[in-house]
Ligand binder design. Structure first.
Ligand code: SF4
Length: 381
């Protein structure tokens, strides 16, 4: 199995908390950018067996603001090699204001079968604190349209927002759950260096949620999601059973993927590489049929740490057979020393098969939110 990711770096404006590579405006480059992606795909499609590709994810940025004709041209080009109708997931990230009956219908006709919508909050004060420009009304309308259309979808909601109370968070969460989204992602607001929100916090103009509040919000999330029948399969991802995101799951279980576009990452099962950030440079490079990427120089320990960090934030946890198949029995055994030592401390549990054999490790869910400290003890130097 393998995945294909396409990065669309255009947004209407830059939200205060955002550290994804995206550019406000610059729409004059859209057409050339899409042509460059098609060129990159043509140059790289032999890197992967097309029959192995099972998911396509178009993220950003705000891919939903691409003119329909451009998006259709891009998908039709990919469809010439990878039959989109045979993929289990073709996801488009969308902002609420771009969700309309007409757009959903159009997107379906070109092979999109899943929408990921950035709701983030239903509270106008919280939305304005992180400088999201859509209104709660736009979110409500988008969720109603998505639910009525029958398309598979996911919604994002953030907790720990400036000024958000425990009661306020619970009400927002319950409002989202009232739409019964097949999948939702719920993130603790993160203050990333370089963002406007980080600068505001530095100046004391915004106050970060305390660890205690964040943990209580996480408890509310766990409780309400359990009650509503969701499978909490990763620290920030929840789904009705069977509706777990296939594309994102592949990032946590060592599945290869190709990333197209500026700032996109790729992984061939051994090596990671990434396309540097820069719309104009990306276009100029592909205009000359030159691939625009850098390879990440990773040691075995780095690769093991990557797998450790991502897998231990999932319910499925760290798989010993997978580690042995990737690193070899002897190296995996040596690298798992810290994991074995931590069993019994209450921070790491063994996963047993039906013969009572330990086949993996996991962090108990109530510790996921504080997993950074646990992981620091486990990662290899
Ligand atoms: S819309 Fe999304 S990608 Fe664009 S700036 Fe806001 S958070 Fe970032």
């Amino acid at each position: 199995m393998a995945g294909l990711y396409i990065h669309i770096p255009f947004c209407r404006h830059k939200c205060a908390y955002c550290d994804f590579f995206s550019s406000a405006g610059n729409f004059q480059y859209m057409e050339r950018y899409i042509n460059s992606i098609m060129t990159e795909w043509d140059l790289r499609r032999s890197e992967i067996d097309k029959d192995h590709i099972k998911t396509l994810y178009i993220g950003g940025g705000t891919p939903s603001l691409l003119p329909f004709s451009l998006l259709a041209e891009l998908l039709s080009h990919i469809d010439q090699t990878v039959c989109l109708s045979s993929l289990s997931e073709v996801t488009l990230e969308a902002n609420p204001e771009d969700i309309s009956s007409e757009n959903i219908t159009n997107w379906k006709t070109i092979g999109i079968n899943r929408i990921s919508v950035g709701i983030q909050s239903f509270n106008p004060t919280s939305l304005s604190a992180i400088d999201r420009r859509h209104s709660p009304q736009a979110s409500r309308k988008a969720l109603s349209l998505l639910s009525e259309s029958g398309i598979n979808y996911s919604a994002d909601l953030i907790y720990g927002l400036p000024g958000q109370t425990l009661v306020g968070w619970e009400m927002e969460l319950m409002e989202l759950l009232s739409y019964r989204p097949p999948h939702f992602s719920s993130y603790l607001l993160s203050y990333e260096p370089g963002t406007r929100l980080f600068a505001l916090k530095d100046k004391g103009l915004v106050i970060e949620a305390t660890d205690t509040i964040a943990e209580k919000m996480f408890e509310i999330l766990c409780h309400r999601a359990d009650e509503a029948g969701y499978n909490h399969y990763e620290i920030s991802n929840l789904a009705y059973p069977g509706m777990e995101a296939k594309h994102n799951s592949s990032y946590w279980n060592y599945t290869p993927y190709i990333g197209l576009g500026t700032a996109a990452h790729s992984f061939d099962g051994k090596l990671r590489r990434f396309n540097p950030s820069g719309i104009k440079k990306y276009i100029e490079s592909l205009d000359n049929a030159q691939l625009y990427y850098q390879t990440e120089d990773e040691t075995m320990e780095n690769r093991f740490n990557d797998y450790l960090i991502t897998s231990l934030r999932t319910a499925a946890g760290f798989s010993i057979p997978l580690a042995q198949s990737v690193f070899g029995d002897d190296i995996a055994d040596k690298f798992m020393h810290n994991l074995r030592k931590s069993v019994g401390t209450g921070e790491i549990d063994c996963i047993f098969d039906h013969n009572d054999k330990c086949t993996g490790y996991r962090i108990p869910r109530h510790k996921w939110l504080t997993s950074d400290a646990i992981l620091r003890e486990l990662i290899l130097d």
